[in-house]
Design a protein around this ligand. Structure first.
Ligand SMILES: *Cc1c(COP(=O)(O)O)cnc(C)c1O
Length: 408
């Protein structure tokens, strides 16, 4: 089955009871069973739904579809992308452990990693995306490597295959945030990643109507239960140990579950992921090429452009598609603001992955809490504008950007 057919037919069929063609919204907190059944479900000897903070049919339909699209053995849907990142990491780390991360990561994740330091979990950032930079930062306490498929907004691209080899040599898992590329461009598990995360709020939902996140496990990582001692209790679940610990432990106890209604909207949005990504990648490429022509645009950063230092690795990993996000520099903060305020179709909004074109000045918003030094490290400049293209007709976008640039 190919990708677009998978989106519509994999793990999917009409509702068995009613024939409803869409997965119904089971907007119910809890599910009734006989006393014996409920005992068995809690014991794990029988499968069933109990309480929506733990599992729910609408949410499970979404989890199963994402797990198979990402080539994983299972998935846990969360209330947000940030909840997914938090739970995926805290499921296996404790005080004294270290995370090794790529540097160009999403601002929210960067702030979260700083929060972790209050709990004794420290973070080291590889100084660039070379394997050597990661290698030299690994210590005996490093318990996982964390990367994004395309750093946002730095738009750098780490080498997933080589990093998975490095991680496995050190007996630690590689966690990959695949939010901006989606399984349409890359399935990190097939390249050696162990756990994949999404903010489903973005391209997976695709319409900017639900905050959500998801964690997918490959089931392939060979956990050392002495090193990851919190998983020891779940050893009996074999390759499902990580997911069992999550669902029966931290995920259930913290309570950051997805709502059934949001899962319904995500199921619906997911059906068009392929055709949306196809159009978004095409629009982003065309807009990047178009913007290069203007003297007032000092630089255009997009992995799809040959001059991007990450073009080759992006091409190797994603084929001929490079995502919907590009950044430009226009010379000053004032010019950036003027441009943002002059655009008709690009909405100034702190989001990516919508049907409409979105634009933002990262330095004064997402990175407002960061120091100048941190911003520089994350590739954020005062004259930088991030554009996440939408599904509009490209000629309309070109006209809109041209009139805004002409005013600078
Ligand atoms: C938005 C985003 C997140 C956070 O997701 P939320 O759903 O907003 O909590 C994490 N990673 C990346 C790459 C993102 O773009």
């Amino acid at each position: 089955m190919r990708f677009n057919t998978m989106l519509l037919h994999l793990n999917y069929g009409p509702d068995e009871k009613t024939g409803a063609s869409l997965t119904p919204i089971y907007q119910s907190t809890s599910f009734s069973h006989s006393a014996e059944e409920l005992e068995n479900i809690f014991k794990g000897s029988e499968y069933g739904f109990t309480y929506t903070r733990i599992n729910n049919p609408t949410i499970e339909a979404f989890e199963r579809r994402i797990a198979s699209l990402e080539s994983g053995i299972g998935a846990v849907a969360c209330s947000s992308g940030m909840a997914a990142i938090t739970l995926a990491i805290l499921n296996i780390l404790k005080t004294g452990d270290e995370i090794l991360s790529s540097s160009g990561i999403f601002g929210g994740t960067y702030e979260l990693f700083k929060d972790f330091e209050n709990f004794g979990i420290t973070v080291k950032f590889a100084k660039d995306n070379s394997i050597d930079a990661f290698k030299e930062s690994i210590t005996n306490n490093t318990k996982l490597i964390y990367i994004e498929t395309i750093g946002n907004p730095k738009l750098d691209v780490p080498d997933i295959k080589s990093l998975s080899v490095l991680a496995h040599e050190n007996k630690i898992p590689l966690i990959v945030d695949n939010t901006v590329t989606t399984p349409y461009l890359i399935r990190p598990i097939e390249m050696g990643a162990d756990i994949v995360i999404h903010s489903t709020s973005k391209f997976i939902n695709g319409h900017g109507n639900s905050i959500g996140g998801i964690i997918v496990d490959s089931g392939k990582f060979n956990w050392d239960f002495n090193k990851y001692s919190m998983l020891k209790k779940f050893e009996k679940y074999g390759q499902f140990a990580y997911l069992a610990k999550l669902r029966k432990g931290l995920f259930r106890n913290i309570g950051a579950c997805m709502s059934p209604f949001n899962a319904y909207l995500n199921n619906l949005g997911l059906e068009t992921l392929g055709i949306r990504m196809e159009r978004l990648c095409q629009n982003a490429y065309e807009l990047a090429v178009f913007l290069k022509e203007f003297d007032k645009v000092l630089s255009v950063n997009y992995p799809g452009l040959k001059e991007s230092p990450f073009h080759d690795i992006a091409k190797r990993q994603f084929g001929d598609k490079f995502g919907a996000i590009l950044t430009i520099r226009v010379g000053s903060k004032e010019k950036a603001y003027k441009m943002i305020n002059s655009l008709k179709y690009a909405t100034n909004i702190t989001n990516i992955g919508d049907t409409r074109t979105l634009i933002i000045h990262p330095s004064s918003t997402i990175f407002a809490e960061s120091s100048d030094e941190e911003k520089k490290f994350m590739g954020v400049f005062d004259d930088l504008i991030r554009i996440c293209v939408g599904l509009e007709d490209i000629e309309d976008l070109k006209e809109d950007f041209k009139q805004a640039i002409d005013r600078l």
